[in-house]
Design a protein around this ligand. Structure first.
Ligand code: GAP
Length: 434
């Protein structure tokens, strides 16, 4: 079984990720996050928000609506340019993205297995919906294809109300929708996904310098959340790859189970967005520096990463199999900040449940902690290794006498006796840092 099959199996069986509306056969490109998936996802988003907004003086947050005035997408260039080339096979009737055809994919109908493709047609990736009772095109609207457009629309309001001025950034985490022709590779390319985007507004002369600084910051963050350095690399967009809005762009690529692919985009968008929204709305989006009196349309450096794609990278990096005492085990070496449970409290016997539960309740005041009393202690350790719980706390018969518990480390399997009185500090320091 290859890595992706193992990961998909683990995610399904252990409650990380399920196909959406599975009892009706699912729906391609849509996924549900189960009890562990939602915890991992929330930890990931919180870590991004912490680093990108809370720890900085020069970045503030936003949570905008998913549907905006449709003119937004005309101005952004998405109505005219957000296309992928699509072909259909005349024999098997399947549809493909023309630039991503797998040479090993055989036609199920043609005798030689060779597809008979139509000429490529441009297919717009925006998902349309209707607002209000009218059935004509006046009610057409789009589900946002990227979260950043509302950041541009709210640029002036945010700048004024947050008492910011360039250079400063606006960050947002939220859902985006794309009618992908071929959603694939589990949650890597979906039709509904979530983005964590930050748009940094700068004086035009500062654009490239800030672009370089953000590249470094973002690569550092990805390493910091536990992605293996050997699985991260840069890819600079050539002229034929640049999105319609970008002046310069780099992808941070990650080596997924199916090869190197884009994980995050760092884009120098120039003044494309603010200038275009000025033209289409008739509302001036330029800025006048109060000190120099210079008026300019800020340039934008963007950092954009998909929550789902980043979560898949985390799982890929964390997945390990090893042997402990002659037994094979599967473990997720997630960083303690990312792990769905920070710790699990395990009473050695069900008779010890009551005092163990009191310990779990105390730890739960600040951390997500599981209480698990069923099965042998070895099986419980394996269960928690498999879902990435960094620490298991065992309450045994001696604990009643010496007021100590055994804390076992997921990665090393080493065990340590720790006083119950200092346990909360001990675990918080191991999970949240000093
Ligand atoms: N605002 C710029 C923008 O949206 P993008 O390169 O199209 O740029 C940014 O997307 C990031 O969003 C990607 O690097 C990826 O992590 C994520 N992403 C894009 N399309 C996706 C999809 N169909 N499914 C999951 N994640 C996606």
């Amino acid at each position: 079984m290859d890595l992706m099959d193992k990961l998909v199996g683990l995610c399904l069986n252990r409650g990380f990720i399920y196909p959406s509306s599975e009892i009706y056969g699912g729906i391609a490109g849509f996924w549900d996050y189960g009890p562990l998936g939602v915890e991992l996802r929330n930890n990931l988003k919180a870590a991004w928000w912490q680093a990108m907004v809370r720890e900085r003086d020069d970045v503030v947050g936003l949570d905008s609506s998913i549907i905006a005035n449709p003119q937004t997408w005309v101005a952004s260039g998405h109505v005219a340019n957000f296309h992928d080339p699509m072909v259909d096979c005349r024999c098997c009737k399947r549809r493909f993205r023309a630039d991503q055809i797998d040479p090993d994919d055989a036609c199920s109908e043609a005798p030689g297995g060779e597809h008979d493709f139509t000429e490529p047609r441009q297919f717009n990736l925006m998902l349309k919906t209707r607002i209000g009772p009218a059935e004509d095109s006046s009610s057409d609207a789009y589900l946002r294809a990227e979260t950043c457009q509302s950041i541009f629309l709210d640029f002036k309001r945010v700048m004024t109300s947050a008492r910011q001025k360039p250079p400063f950034g606006i960050a947002q985490v939220g859902k985006a929708f794309r009618n992908e022709i071929t959603p694939r590779n589990f949650i890597f390319r979906s039709r509904e996904f979530e983005q964590m985007e930050m748009e940094y507004f700068v004086h035009p002369d500062e654009g490239l310098e800030r672009f370089e600084a953000w590249r470094e910051t973002r690569m550092g963050w990805l390493r910091g959340i536990g992605l293996a350095e050997s699985k991260l690399r840069w890819h600079e967009h050539g002229p034929d790859e640049l999105a319609h809005y970008a002046k310069v762009a780099y992808d941070i690529e990650f080596e997924f189970g199916f090869g190197w692919q884009e994980l995050e985009g760092i884009h120098h968008r120039g003044d494309h967005d603010l200038r275009s929204h000025t033209e289409h709305s008739g509302k001036d989006q330029s800025y006048t520096d109060p000190d120099t009196k210079q008026r300019y349309t800020p340039h934008v450096v963007e950092t954009s990463i998909g929550v789902d794609r980043c979560l898949l990278a985390l799982l890929t990096s964390a997945y390990h199999q090893d042997e402990v005492g002659g037994d094979k085990r599967t473990l997720l070496r997630l960083s303690p900040r990312m792990a769905p449970f920070s710790a699990a409290v395990l009473p050695l016997s069900k008779k010890l449940s009551e005092p163990a539960q009191r310990i779990a309740a105390d730890l739960r005041r600040r951390l997500n902690v599981d209480f698990d009393a069923s099965g042998s202690i070895g099986r419980r350790y394996r269960r928690h290794d498999e879902i990435g719980t960094p620490l298991c706390v065992t309450y045994d018969f001696d604990s009643q006498e010496d007021r100590k518990v055994t804390v076992r480390d997921r990665d090393t399997t080493e065990q340590e006796r720790v006083a119950v009185d200092g346990l909360r500090d001990y675990i918080e320091e191991r999970v949240l840092g000093p």
